[in-house]
Design a protein around this ligand. Structure first.
Ligand code: ZN
Length: 285
């Protein structure tokens, strides 16, 4: 009943999401829960996403560390997020299993692994934000900025200005860095961070304490942003508008972001594989 039309993908596009590799970072589980809740919901955007994308979610990469109440390490004392390069099946079994799955999917010509997002919580920064990678290819580097820009439009607590792209030596061995180097130039790897404490809204200096619900809301906004992204990339075509009647029925509590955006300054258009950044205007929900 929505004004959507679709270009059925030749190969399934996969979004791979992991969380809780650092067991003390409990907010990441609430964000991941929000993503899952939204994707399995009756929300019309969730249905579109389920019809056109495959979401693979490993919500807890470090279950033994969580069980033990560790802050950062696994049962054997490893920071798993520094062992992506060469995980051992006996010392880092969960990481090894997830990496094998990701590589199998990457090597499968019938699957397009397009996103990898690893969810963490940050002990000093405010808001939600992302880390991405640095690429020599300027176009790829700029394309990588599109998803966080779109997320910023959807989630009032997500900060694009705190989002950064780096290749610090200290971050080598993380999922985002390792997979960013492994996957091809149409795949994007991010760390999604969310503050343990608060977020500051644009135009304000007051910090709003995060709640469990606010973390889950960020997760829901992450999920819905994939529709914005894939509409820009021509997987989903047609105006992003509900009929009036359905707009009234949209569950208000799901989103509290600035989701009535008329004009975004920067878009990525990928039709017929000619990749260009262009200025455009789009009507979001
Ligand atoms: Zn972490």
């Amino acid at each position: 009943d929505l004004y959507y039309s679709f270009s059925p993908p030749l190969t399934p596009k996969v979004v791979f999401i992991t969380a809780r590799v650092h067991p003390g970072e409990t907010p990441s589980s609430f964000v991941c829960q929000g993503i899952i809740d939204f994707l399995v919901s009756h929300h019309p955007i969730a249905k579109v996403l389920r019809d056109h994308l495959v979401f693979k979610i490993a919500p807890m990469l470090n279950p033994d560390g969580v069980y033990l109440g560790n802050y950062r390490c696994s049962l054997m004392g490893f920071d798993l997020n520094r062992h992506w390069a060469n995980p051992s099946p006996w010392a880092h079994p969960t990481l090894h299993g997830v990496k094998e799955l990701i590589i199998d999917m990457y090597n499968n010509p019938k699957i397009n692994l397009e996103f990898y997002i690893d969810i963490h919580a940050h002990s000093t920064m405010m808001n939600g934000f992302m880390y991405g990678n640095i690429f020599e290819d300027e176009e790829r580097f700029q394309r990588q900025a599109v998803f966080p820009k779109l997320l910023c439009q959807n989630a009032e607590d997500f900060s694009y200005s705190s989002t950064s792209f780096n290749r610090d030596a200290v971050k080598a061995g993380t999922g985002r860095r390792f997979l960013g180097g492994l996957l091809n130039d149409t795949s994007y790897c991010y760390t999604l961070e969310v503050s343990f404490y608060s977020y500051i809204l644009g135009g304000s200096t007051a910090a709003v304490p995060y709640t469990e619900e606010a973390y889950m809301k960020l997760g829901r906004n992450v999920a819905r942003t994939f529709l914005d992204y894939y509409r820009l990339n021509s997987l989903v075509e047609g105006p992003l508008q509900y009929k009036e009647r359905e707009a009234e029925q949209e569950p208000e509590h799901l989103f509290h972001g600035k989701h009535h955006i008329q004009n975004l300054p920067l878009f990525w258009e990928n039709s017929n594989n000619s990749s260009k950044l262009k200025k455009n205007s789009i009507k979001c929900i």
